[in-house]
Design a protein around this ligand. Structure first.
Ligand code: ATP
Length: 963
């Protein structure tokens, strides 16, 4: 006889298995798998194209970058050929082009960034230049005559208005070099040293690198020096001859405005299609050359106008952000090195970014031969120093690296002047800067998509040891990493790519901030900062992400300005000026590449680096836009990283590069920390360890920020917050226990009372087991929207938090159920809960009242809440819950009163962090400065002698190679 129960059981088990397989293959959802399949198919097509192109390139003998797995173990560097072919991925690919570009965003974001701003006009147009000079002379004469209402102001006019008499007065340095007093007196002491150093280099006709940290006034030092030359009637040009300054597109007009202010008599023209010159650009070059003026070009401009430029011999060639020629193989590097001039200068705050090869390229421009031939330098210097930097280096390798790094430092020191902000702090008195790395949790959707893609065919093909998928491995790695980074930023960046062309984008849902862990953090930060009166810069690598952020800012009605490649080069400086001058703008939103280099954005005192770059210098440059001369308020920088993902690996890689760079530029004894990463490691999703730390946080444990223990913290806020957290945890545990009990009770109860049919009963049991009551983690958001006069911090008791922020009224239902289904024998519900911080709920069947071991106050609140629930009273916020507005505080109308003490940056930051931790949006925070500046002086004497010998050999080899 067939046992009907057994049959049903097996059928149910089968059905369950099928449905599980269908919905969650390999632990990811169907949606995730479908998206990964779509994307992988497209990517395969792309690889085929790249592979084809590489074959063609090989045939035509174009410069090739070698591809092998060991390369990728250390860095997934990018080849130009790949960049050209991966249109969709160009956001994350280094590029020189900062000119107009298209948006890759499906949203139509109305651009409020296009403010009507006045354009800076260069001296390309001769009549305009003559007019400007006339006005300046007139104003100067008026100022000398005592009129103090002249406009526009230049440095010399201001000097007169400040009570000085003679604008022509000069300060004389050695060998008759003259610098006008109106500039000299304005320079900080270290800047004067810079001008003297430039003059020394000039006299021996040597090139040099001015490498002061970002924001210390390199531009002013160069302008002061050139002004001095123009006043010193000596040399082959009898003063200053025609000169070229090459600069990133975003800052060429910044140069114009600085020249007009500091050195109004010089003619400064922009050779770019946005410049004021009309007619033939050859004529402009001729005019500027004849008038001993300054010609400003972008790096792309060098390629465009190289024939006109190379046809002449120039007095000075200055490369602003000269690290742009760090790759010796690019066309622009090669062309720049061919321009005829005896005086070459590089200005950059990031002279060494990725590898020592870059240093070689910079010196090859400004001091050819100093570092020998490329091959000799790489073998005798770059390789041993890099090797010694890895965590798995032998003691011998470390000692050798140390000595060679010292030798290299000695060689380059005379031609490189670099001062850090710390060194000159006594002069410039910069406010404090606090820099933190926030490890943000992925949302459930992001995690699902991330894992789905990791299991997809693109990643499988990369990790396949036999590599049966064929070349190009590098292209596949790059594309896969880029895809993962998109998921980390926002799921829609990935899903949009995965969908079919004909599918419509739902503009309401697309890019919603709640679907991205990092955007949720941005949302909290901006709310808090707006209340605290801070203003923020937000940098992201990708234009599509910029678009999503812009849409978010518009939805939230924040005032912002936006700058990316689509903003005309001629308008960028004005946009920056508008932001600095108008405090009503809360946010300046920019792509790291366009807005992160060379510009002054001191209007902001908060910076968010939304996504990390492989190259730490890119992020460093961006964050320094706010923390520079001219900044009066303390600056806080947050780098956002998705915990456990590729972004953590990028950050670790950044730290390694910092060590490498510091070894040469600062301290050869820099300690190494990281091992080389593997492909396997890049394509994984790390879970936090047993202590809840992310991989990086556990590596740099000593720099971890413990909000509750932080010294500067406002004690009250923290202890209160700590209390909330503990109680929240306790409440969560309690909720779990109650829920468990309810399901048990209800099963038992129904078993006894209702159920007759064994098949129905079995099915019901299975359903409960398959779909246990969902324990919603109470999501909290401590930031309020509405206003009352109740102090913000005092409003939220722990019960309020639970009651206010739970989803779908879970807790209310839960308590109601408990009241209905209490078990007299069950006293202590949860053994895990510690007596000190918990509410051991005793359930009294007869009275059906929940009592707890809270203090009286809490008890009252609790009872009041329960009574309210019983009476069917709902809090005001429930109406919003009904509208399914999750994550928003809707409870009480609260006005955040900003305490004076909170205005101090330190406590502000701690306050902000405590909020972020409380919401569990941030898993860990590290003090970035400490991580990077970790320079334990580990002297390794044992092998010193041998290492020194190797270093001497290296220097000898280098000298030999350059003769
Ligand atoms: N001596 C000075 N007097 C007044 N302002 C100064 C002085 N030196 C620098 N500044 C101001 O400091 C800011 C930073 O200067 P600048 O842009 O030249 O820095 P930088 O070193 O070139 O930075 P970056 O490497 O980021 O390009 C500018 O706003 C500049 O006007």
């Amino acid at each position: 006889m067939v046992d009907i129960n057994k049959y049903l059981e097996s059928q149910l088990a089968l059905a369950k298995l099928r449905s599980e397989c269908k919905s969650k293959k390999d632990g990811v959802s169907l949606k995730s798998r479908t998206a990964a399949d779509h994307i992988s198919k497209r990517q395969v097509k792309k690889f085929a194209k790249v592979s084809q192109k590489e074959k063609v390139d090989q045939k035509s003998k174009l410069p090739q970058l070698e591809l092998n797995k060991s390369d990728l173990k250390t860095e997934p560097a990018v080849s130009a050929s790949i960049a050209e072919n991966s249109d969709d991925d160009e956001d994350y690919v280094p590029s020189e082009d900062e000119d107009e570009t298209i948006h890759l965003c499906p949203l139509k974001v109305s651009s409020r960034a296009k403010e009507s701003v006045q354009k800076i006009i260069d001296d390309g147009d001769t009549s305009f230049y003559n007019e400007r000079i006339k006005t300046w002379r007139h104003n100067l004469a008026m100022a000398c005559a005592g009129d103090n209402k002249v406009e526009p102001l230049s440095a010399d006019i201001r000097y007169i208005l400040n009570g000085n008499e003679d604008p022509e007065e000069n300060h004389e340095l050695q060998n008759g070099y003259l610098v006008p007093n109106y500039i000299w007196k304005q320079l900080y002491k270290f800047q004067r040293t810079g001008v003297k150093w430039l003059w020394e280099l000039h006299q021996v006709q040597s090139g040099g690198l001015l490498g002061d940290e970002m924001g210390l006034g390199k531009t002013i030092q160069i302008i002061a020096f050139l002004t001095g030359l123009s006043k010193t009637n000596s040399g082959s040009w009898d003063g200053l001859g025609p000169s070229i300054i090459v600069a990133p597109a975003t800052v060429i007009y910044q140069w114009v405005s600085h020249f007009h202010y500091w050195c109004p008599h010089l003619r400064v023209a922009v050779l770019h299609h946005t410049g004021s010159h009309s007619g033939n650009h050859n004529k402009l070059v001729r005019d500027i050359y004849a008038s001993h003026g300054i010609l400003l070009l972008t790096y792309a401009g060098i390629v465009k106008y190289h024939k006109e430029i190379m046809a002449r011999k120039w007095h000075y060639l200055i490369l602003d952000e000269g690290h742009k020629i760090r790759n010796p193989d690019t066309q622009v590097s090669k062309l720049i090195k061919k321009i005829q001039t005896p005086h070459k200068l590089i200005i950059t705050g990031s002279p060494l970014q990725n590898s020592l090869q870059e240093l070689w390229s910079l010196f090859d421009f400004m001091k050819p031969g100093l570092l020998g031939t490329y091959n000799t330098f790489m073998i005798h210097f770059a390789q041993p120093i890099t090797q010694g930097g890895y965590a798995n280096a032998t003691e011998m390798q470390e000692a050798t690296a140390l000595e060679i790094a010292k030798a290299l430092k000695n060689i380059i020191t005379p031609y490189m002047l670099r001062r850090s902000k710390t060194e000159v702090q006594d002069h410039i008195k910069l406010p404090e800067k606090n820099e933190q790395v926030l490890f943000c949790a992925l949302t459930v959707e992001q995690k699902d998509l991330y894992l789905g893609y990791l299991m997809g065919s693109t990643v499988r093909s990369i990790l396949d040891k036999e590599n049966k998928y064929g070349d190009p491995l590098r292209a596949r790695v790059l594309v896969a990493l880029t895809t993962l980074r998109k998921i980390c930023n926002h799921p829609d960046l990935y899903l949009y790519e995965a969908q079919e062309d004909c599918e419509q984008v739902d503009a309401d849902k697309f890019g919603h901030w709640k679907r991205s862990g990092k955007m949720s953090v941005v949302n909290s930060l901006l709310k808090i900062w707006q209340k605290q009166g801070h203003r923020a810069l937000i940098f992201t690598q990708s234009r599509a992400m910029l678009c999503i952020l812009e849409q978010y800012l518009q939805n939230q009605k924040y005032k912002y300005l936006k700058m990316d490649g689509s903003v005309s080069v001629g308008q960028r400086q004005n946009l920056i000026r508008t932001f600095n001058e108008k405090p009503e703008y809360l946010v300046f939103l920019a792509t790291t590449r366009v807005g992160g280099l060379g510009v002054n954005l001191t209007g902001a005192d908060r910076v968010i680096i939304y996504d990390p770059d492989w190259n730490p210098a890119t992020d460093d440059q961006a964050k320094e836009r706010a923390w520079r001369i001219g900044q009066a308020r303390n600056v806080t920088v947050y780098r956002l990283l998705s915990a456990g993902t590729i972004e953590e690996k990028i950050y670790q890689r950044q730290i390694f590069k910092h060590f490498l760079s510091n070894k040469i530029l600062l301290d050869p004894n820099q300690k190494n920390v990281l091992s080389t990463s593997t492909l396997q490691g890049l394509f994984s999703l790390e879970e936090p360890n047993f202590e809840g730390d992310t991989e990086t946080a556990s590596l740099f444990k000593h720099t971890k920020i413990n909000v509750s223990n932080s010294k500067n913290t406002k004690d009250k806020t923290h202890s209160r917050n700590d209390l909330h957290l503990k109680k929240l945890e306790a409440m969560k545990k309690m909720a779990k226990a109650i829920s468990k009990k309810i399901s048990q009770d209800s099963v038992e109860y129904k078993n006894n009372v209702e159920v007759k049919d064994p098949r129905i009963e079995y099915k019901r049991k299975q359903d409960i087991l398959r779909d246990p009551p969902v324990i919603e983690t109470p999501e909290i958001n401590l930031v309020d929207d509405k206003e009352t006069n109740v102090p913000f911090e005092h409003v939220l008791s722990e019960l309020d938090i639970i009651n206010m922020h739970i989803k779908k009224d879970y807790e209310e239902t839960l308590i109601k159920n408990v009241l209905k289904n209490t078990n007299p024998e069950e006293k202590e519900i949860d053994d895990d809960i510690e007596p000190s911080d918990t509410s051991h709920i005793n359930i009294n069947e007869s009275s059906k009242v929940v009592t707890s071991s809270y203090n009286d106050n809490s008890k009252q609140v609790c009872n009041k809440n329960i009574n309210n629930i019983k009476k069917g009273h709902k809090r005001k916020h429930t109406s919003l819950m009904d509208e399914k507005v999750e994550n928003l505080v809707t409870v009480k109308k609260v006005k955040k009163k900003v305490h004076k003490s909170e205005i101090q940056s330190g406590s502000d930051d701690d306050y902000v962090l405590s909020k972020l931790f409380a919401k569990a949006a941030v898993k860990n925070a590290l003090q970035h400065d400490v991580v990077v500046g970790l320079a334990e002086k580990e002297k390794r004497h044992r092998m010193k002698e041998e290492a020194e010998k190797k270093a001497k050999d290296a220097v000898r080899a280098l000298k030999f190679s350059s003769t």
